[in-house]
Design a protein around this ligand. Structure first.
Ligand code: UGA
Length: 464
């Protein structure tokens, strides 16, 4: 099949939409990014990314002639592919809220026509059945307007991780395309063709890591494609909760969970990734997607006890952090507690469902004075959670100053090389250090004068 550059419209400039947009432009397609948020579009037109994501601003420059940004849907008229990448937040019931999605679909119908074939792609994480529903909505609007269009709806879930979104888009493990229509399948195959070629040279901003394999292309039906996304995220969330459950028992019996994870992870059937015990998962995806898959099950009167337990274990990890603090300090009221890290993981300023938020709330309720330092996420925390009684600091030493305990919540790279002795010098009382990500060497921390407490590393706590 000969390859051609496509005209691609992307609706939604969040993590998924914007990353997909700049990367598709980076491989030569003509991309229009649409968002109803005028402020975001103004920033993007000025070459600034509204989100912190390594590589995006470089690509905005490199692929500038292939990219445009607008609040209008009119460009969808000439599009070969229209990608829906709007938010699908959790409603209170746990169901995914599809109102943004439906609003976007209602807009794009106006630009579907019969002159050429157009594919509407669901890239947002949407409940199983949404592609079919999207097709029904479009058909019913066209019917009402007494119009016809030459289109198909496909599902093309993404698996990118925040902080590594550009890398994951250029070098995914797999590309999943769910479509029953061959023309749609071919169009999307064409769109991704450069990524599937050995000779693919990504823009300088994101070179192929040495020895990195080509992605597998999985073509399947739409419903299975939708299910793949939920099953993948729920599995990853469950894997983390599994090692966290094991970490609790390690504490009881005197084992070290990092050793246990190493020992089981080398079994290729298990794999070593996503076995880091600690304060648990956060972010906009795992919580939302586990809730949504459980909810889909309930709609069919089908319980999902494993995934439900993974959610419960994750919640418990946040409380475990506080329990550990209480066990060591005894009295938390009136103490000064410092948080190292606020974002739900490193290399992002995203605070959605971040463990730090719950931990701050618990500490404030218990009467503690809370200080925090995060290399990137502090402005977001101030802006989105102004109600949190937190004293923000400029660096790790200022954070430690006067603290009875320091809690490491996010494994930012710079926290792997903390000046532990200087930290200890500035702290007070029993100088408790709770390592919520098990990234600090317990022996070195103790040598530096800290009372080290990890997750699932009980041997060290009893002075191993
Ligand atoms: C996750 C998935 O990894 C992506 O494949 C998926 O595309 C994305 O959701 C999505 O649905 O959009 P993300 O939420 O960016 O990506 O972050 P992860 O790197 O998966 O980390 C999630 C959470 O798990 C973080 O809070 C992290 O600290 C925690 N985690 C991760 C652990 O506690 N232990 C681990 O071993 C690994």
């Amino acid at each position: 099949m000969s390859r051609k550059n496509l005209k691609v419209c992307i609706v939604g400039t969040g993590y998924v939409g914007l990353t997909t947009g700049v990367c598709l432009a980076g491989i030569g397609h003509d991309v229009v990014c649409i968002d109803i948020d005028e402020k975001k579009i103004r920033m993007l037109k000025a070459g600034q990314s509204p989100i912190y994501e390594p590589g995006i601003e470089d690509l905005l420059k490199v692929a500038a002639d292939k990219l445009s940004f607008t609040t209008q849907y009119t460009d969808c008229k000439d599009a070969d592919v229209i990608i829906l990448a709007v938010g699908t937040p959790s409603a209170k019931s746990g169901k995914a809220d599809l109102s943004y999605m439906e609003a976007a679909v209602t807009e794009i119908v106006n630009y579907l026509h019969g002159e050429k074939f157009q594919v509407v792609v669901n890239k947002s994480t949407v409940p199983v059945g949404t592609a079919q529903r999207t097709e029904m909505i479009i058909s019913s609007i066209l019917h009402k307007q007494n119009r016809q269009a030459n289109f198909a709806v496909a599902s093309n879930p993404e698996f990118l991780r925040e902080g590594l979104a550009v890398h994951d888009t250029f070098y995914p493990d797999r590309i999943v395309i769910g479509a029953k229509n061959t023309e749609a399948l071919n169009s999307l195959r064409n769109m991704y063709a450069p990524l599937l070629e050995q000779t693919f040279a990504a823009p300088k901003a994101c070179p192929r890591p040495e020895g990195f394999p080509l992605p597998a292309l999985i073509t399947t039906d739409v419903t299975s494609a939708e299910m793949i996304k939920y099953a993948a995220n729920s599995f990853l969330a469950t894997k983390i909760s599994y090692i966290n459950e094991i970490s609790g028992l390690c504490e009881k019996v005197g084992a070290d969970v990092t050793e246990v994870a190493r020992g089981i992870g080398l079994d290729k059937r298990i794999g070593s990734r996503f076995l880091q015990a600690g304060v648990g998962w956060g972010g906009s995806c795992f919580g939302k997607d586990t809730a949504a898959i459980i909810n889909t099950g309930l709609e069919y009167a089908y319980e999902m006890p494993i995934i439900s337990a993974a959610v419960a274990v994750n919640k418990r990890q946040r409380s475990r952090m506080i329990e550990k603090l209480q066990e060591s300090l005894k009295v938390v009221r009136g103490r000064t507690i410092g948080l190292l890290g606020l974002s739900f993981k490193p290399d992002t300023d995203d605070l959605r469902d971040a463990p730090a938020l719950d931990i701050i709330r618990y500490l404030v309720e218990m009467g503690a004075r809370v200080k925090a330092f995060d290399p990137i996420a502090m402005p977001n925390c101030k802006a989105y959670y102004p109600e949190l009684a937190v004293e923000y600091t400029d660096d790790v030493l200022q954070l430690a100053s006067g603290c009875d305990a320091v809690l490491l919540i996010t494994e930012w790279d710079e926290f792997r090389r903390l000046p532990l002795e200087q930290l200890a010098e500035r702290m007070t009382g029993s100088k408790v250090f709770v390592d919520g990500r098990n990234i600090v060497d317990p022996g070195v921390a103790q040598e530096a004068g800290l009372l080290y407490i990890g997750f699932g590393r009980s041997g060290y706590e009893s002075g191993w």
